[in-house]
Ligand binder design. Structure first.
Ligand code: MN
Length: 321
């Protein structure tokens, strides 16, 4: 499934892409129960299939199954019925009737890996790490597709980083690598926007400050469930700025695989449903280029990951106040 979070009529809802349309999963499940088992069954759907992505992930396999059954029920419907009336809650929407948001609006944790591609470590002049290099972002940095990345007023070196992001689906601590993939709910494109002046020089070089300005964690366009990604360690990924390809690689170049990262992190902290992990970026970032390429007001950045899609964000100068 390709899950997404979207806004319509002043509400934020959990949806799934289906035959070029967007299905409101909870409304669709309620309608199915109403048709098959009556009103009280329809009213019970909210508990089983929450409209909030984080609550949905916390329900685990039972919510995923309910969502799949709902999409199966809709499968044979003609594509052009049951659209939203303007601004009203409905079952099926066209893309232009909704606004996509980040698939997870406020992840409990946003954990990021540095230097997880062999070639990128080399281009940064750093040794290939023997243990994962970790840093974090905060929920205020999250934005979704098409939302602007804001250039901070006091950074002059904002850079792009294309990344595969995975999402935790099950609570766990001390997870063996051999069992780790059962804890991954799915995958998204991620953009680890980075203010290099803060990250590498200001205040002695502060990774966290450089990485977690507001809008510095774009994610999307959908949360693709793990069953649709047979091997996350073999996905092409790329970054385009204004249509020009500046990063083009594969997660085959990972230093640490998704399973190794899950296992390592769970040795430090309890992983929880909805936690997101940025898995590092391949070579080609702007500050390592000669001359450097830095993001400017008016740029458009696209992060593409095989089997997931394209995450596109415009870049805008920020203003104080
Ligand atoms: Mn990164």
């Amino acid at each position: 499934m390709r899950l997404l979070t979207f806004d319509v009529g002043g509400q934020t809802r959990l949806g799934a892409e289906h035959r070029g349309r967007i299905i409101d999963l909870q409304n669709a499940a309620s309608l199915r129960e109403l048709a098959q088992h009556g009103l009280s069954a329809a009213n019970a759907v909210a508990e089983r299939l929450p409209a909030d992505t984080l609550a949905f992930l916390e329900r685990g396999e039972s919510a995923l199954t309910a969502a799949r059954e709902t999409l199966g029920w809709i499968q044979d419907w003609p594509a052009d019925i049951w659209y939203a009336l303007d601004g009203q809650s409905a079952v099926i929407y066209r893309e232009d009737q909704v606004r996509r948001r980040a698939p997870i609006l406020r992840p409990p944790k946003i954990i990021c890996l540095g230097l997880n591609y062999r070639d990128h470590a080399a281009e940064s002049g750093m040794p290939v790490p023997k243990e994962p290099v970790l840093f974090s972002k905060y929920a205020t940095s999250v934005i979704g597709p098409d939302e602007p990345i804001r250039l901070p007023t006091d950074s002059t070196e904002v850079d792009y980083e294309a990344e595969l992001v995975f999402v935790i689906g099950k609570r766990g601590r001390y997870i063996p690598a051999a069992e780790a993939m059962a804890y991954v709910a799915g995958y998204m494109c991620g953009h680890d926007v980075s203010a290099r002046d803060y990250q590498l020089r200001r205040g002695g070089g502060q990774w966290m400050a450089g990485k977690t300005f507001d809008t510095f964690a774009p994610m999307g366009p959908a949360l693709v469930t793990a069953d649709e990604i047979p091997d996350p360690n073999a996905l092409a990924l790329s970054c385009r700025v204004n249509g020009e390809t500046l990063q083009n690689s594969s997660t085959r170049e990972f230093v640490f695989t998704v399973a190794q990262v899950v296992s390592y992190l769970s040795g430090i902290m309890t992983l929880e449903p909805g936690d997101v992990v940025f898995t590092g970026t391949p070579p080609g970032v702007g500050f390592a280029r000669r001359p450097p390429v830095l993001l400017q007001d008016g740029d458009v950045v696209e992060i593409e990951v095989e089997r997931i899609g394209v995450l596109r964000n415009p870049v805008r100068a920020d203003r104080r106040g």
